[in-house]
Design a protein around this ligand. Sequence first.
Ligand code: NAP
Length: 530
Amino acid sequence: MATSEPIALNPLRRGLVEDRTGDACAAVIFGASGDLTRRKLMPALYNLAWGRALPGGFAVVGVGRRDKTDESFRAEMREAVSAFSRRKPIDGALWADFERGLSYVRGAANDPATYESLRAQLERVDSERGTRNNHLFYLAVPPSEFGPIVDGLRASGLVSTPGRDRAAGTWSRVVFEKPFGHDLASARALNDSIASAFDESQVFRIDHYLGKETVQNLLVMRFANLLFEPVWGREHVDQVQITVAEEIGVEGRGRFYEQTGVTRDIVENHLMQLLCLTAMEPPISLSADAVRDEKVKVLRSMRPMDRDDVSHNVVRGQYGRGLVRGEPAAAYREEPDVAPGSNVETYVAMRCFVDNWRWSGVPFYVRAGKRLARRVTEIAVVFHEVPQTLFRAARAAGAVADDGGPRGITPNVLAVRIQPDEGISLRFISKEPGQQTFLRDVAMDFRYGTAFGSNTPEAYERLLLDAMRGEATLFTRRDEVEAQWEYMDHVLEAWASSGPPVPPIYAAGSWGPSEADDLLARDGRRWRKP
Ligand SMILES: NC(=O)c1ccc[n+]([C@@H]2O[C@H](COP(=O)([O-])OP(=O)(O)OC[C@H]3O[C@@H](n4cnc5c(N)ncnc54)[C@H](OP(=O)(O)O)[C@@H]3O)[C@@H](O)[C@H]2O)c1
């Protein structure tokens, strides 16, 4: 019988689709006594348990060098979850159930005995909780320990090959935290070592920016809407600006920062990923490899820079003393564990080009820094100006509105706000109400918080769940991470070969060194104030 009423989805069936939890499994967290486990991983797992997204019998085996019992580990994790979970207060009954799956193994990464204890514990967990030899190894340890853990897992036979796994109906996967390498050579060496123990399909390299809802929404915005793609390229886009700005300084992580600087900490990974998602072609599907193939093509299209190019197109800086939100802030060189004469960069701005058909000639201005005026991550696509003949008279009529704001025609801007105040804002020109034709730039805003509520999942929730499901789209592939380093190595090598660099000092709380403004001024452009 024909009917105009839509057939309602069977709600039971919908639940099954949305709550796909994956196979029963145990996560082994190396670095279970560390900061990342406390602040991110355990709260993420608890929130997944709250949302009933974890498979039944799910277990965590924490590994660290510090002495702990299962009980003391559970108590510490409860405290951590109480402090850092996005859902508060902690649900006592849920926690009691969750903590039954937590246990701790003490051991050092380079000690074969660690892997023997781990094997014994995993056998216990598999038989008691039905996790069926499905194991997710998560390396939340300093990068120096990645190699010894890969070696330990390989030597102990704790990780089997995908072929053997498939035959046995089980799997093992391994997740690597960032930073992944220090330069191209070290990233390649690490990849070689990983490839000697695992198949690439078992390897999940984290870039936690990819787990952010707003970053995932970039693909949805671009490819699930008709509006944007036709204007997404050199014919309509004048420039793209990507900003990853932090207000905070190094916050007690001076030792780490002295080794990395902002280039290795943010630009090589997070910022490059944002650029790839902005510039990539539509993938043939949403499968992990189809999406990553397109990102790799962007990286391979990026115009390499020689030493001269680096000096023309890259500006670095280091924060000096200043005021952040009205509070005095120390200079980078005054931070704990930072050398008094340190030349490490806390700010980088770059002018990059993606030399392919779509983006030929469109500059991508990217910048990242600490102790800047605001915490904001934003991608701004700035369109070409319209021919202004029609509204010339309106422009001449008055450059300043009654409220002091600027009048006239400015380019349309589509700004994707990754954090905070996640959303999308489109700026366009409108007529001011009144008898005369005065033109003003106005904004149409979409805010995630307003549209969907503010309690959105943390990046680590999505990433942990995806790794358990074997879904690798939001993780970086070997060739991708190497292509990122290949591009950034030009910059790092140019700096290294031009003697000890002296980055310009910018005041904490400012938008960076004036040299970064000059970089755009030479092209007749300005940084947006996001
Ligand atoms: N914290 C964050 O927000 C954050 C953000 C992004 C990425 N990461 C990355 O995540 C990783 C961990 O960072 P974190 O901040 O958690 O560091 P952390 O607080 O210093 O903790 C390091 C952990 O690694 C363990 N560990 C160190 N050396 C070991 C060894 N030889 N054998 C066995 N275990 C060892 C430590 O165990 P013991 O203390 O028991 O020795 C501790 O549990 C790093 O790669 C970092 O770059 C962290």
